[in-house]
Design a binder for this molecule. Structure first.
Ligand SMILES: [Zn+2]
Length: 245
């Protein structure tokens, strides 16, 4: 992300941005200036990663820089995905002289990513990729097969980790406080997908447990440090599903 110049915001010197009073050392957190009483914010700035002192009015500017960067990053990821997709389609075309369907090309892309994300232990990316696989299968009318990737994503979410801004490698963080089931975040969208797949396979949501169990058991037994068994996670998922409106 170095192709954009990002404006420096704030100051690295331990000086009050309002009254210019110099402090003996850099404040480590937001506080009030002991000289003029104004509120001082302390943040890491985007341009060079330095910790800086900011006026309250400058914090919003810094946050805008961060949100623009996030947006750019997502856009770049999309462009990159499209590029990978074309590459895979080209390879397939060259290998056996036919153009594979876009769905097949996407499937190859998602499968490759699945392995990459797992190796890198990027669990939230992994989980999102499972959802994309499930959506792709459902879009092709392969509803039964779509249950497995959705189950994996739901299972990771029921284990509390991939939601919010938690680190991607949460499953491996031994030092982390034990996960509390009440912090579980089951996305409504996931649950609606589950409901839709049940509907399209003419089953009650509860009757999908065998598929869920088969899909998720390897993750429970795989040494990733996942705390909830498939059975317990499923109980939470069903509970959340029943409370959907
Ligand atoms: Zn001051």
């Amino acid at each position: 992300m170095n192709f954009l110049s990002v404006k420096n915001i704030g100051q690295i010197e331990p000086v009050c941005p309002y009254c210019n009073k110099r402090y003996s050392k850099m404040p480590t957190r937001s506080c009030k200036c002991k000289n003029c009483g104004e509120k001082i914010k302390v943040r890491k700035r985007l341009s060079d990663g330095n910790r800086v002192i900011l006026k309250v009015s400058e914090v919003e500017k810094l946050e805008r820089q961060h949100s623009i960067r996030r947006l750019l990053k997502r856009t770049l990821q999309d462009v990159n995905a499209e590029f990978e997709l074309r590459k895979i389609a080209d390879i397939a075309k060259n290998v056996d002289g036919r153009i594979i369907s876009q769905a097949d090309a996407l499937w190859s892309l998602f499968s490759k990513r699945s392995l990459d994300y797992m190796k890198q232990q990027r669990w939230s990316a992994f989980s999102g990729n499972q959802i994309e696989m499930s959506e792709l299968l459902a879009a092709e009318g392969k509803y039964s097969r779509a249950i497995s990737p959705l189950s994996i994503s739901l299972y990771l979410e029921a284990n509390g980790g991939v939601a919010r801004d938690w680190p991607d490698n949460f499953l491996q963080r031994k030092g982390r406080k034990r996960w509390n089931p009440s912090e579980s975040f089951l996305g409504r969208y996931h649950l609606y997908l589950l409901r839709e797949l049940a509907h399209n396979t003419n089953k009650d949501v509860g009757a999908l447990y065998p598929e869920f169990n088969v899909a998720t058991l390897p993750y429970f037994e795989g040494g990733f440090g996942i705390s909830l068994s498939p059975e317990k996670a499923w109980a939470n998922i069903l509970n959340a599903e029943m409370n959907l409106d």
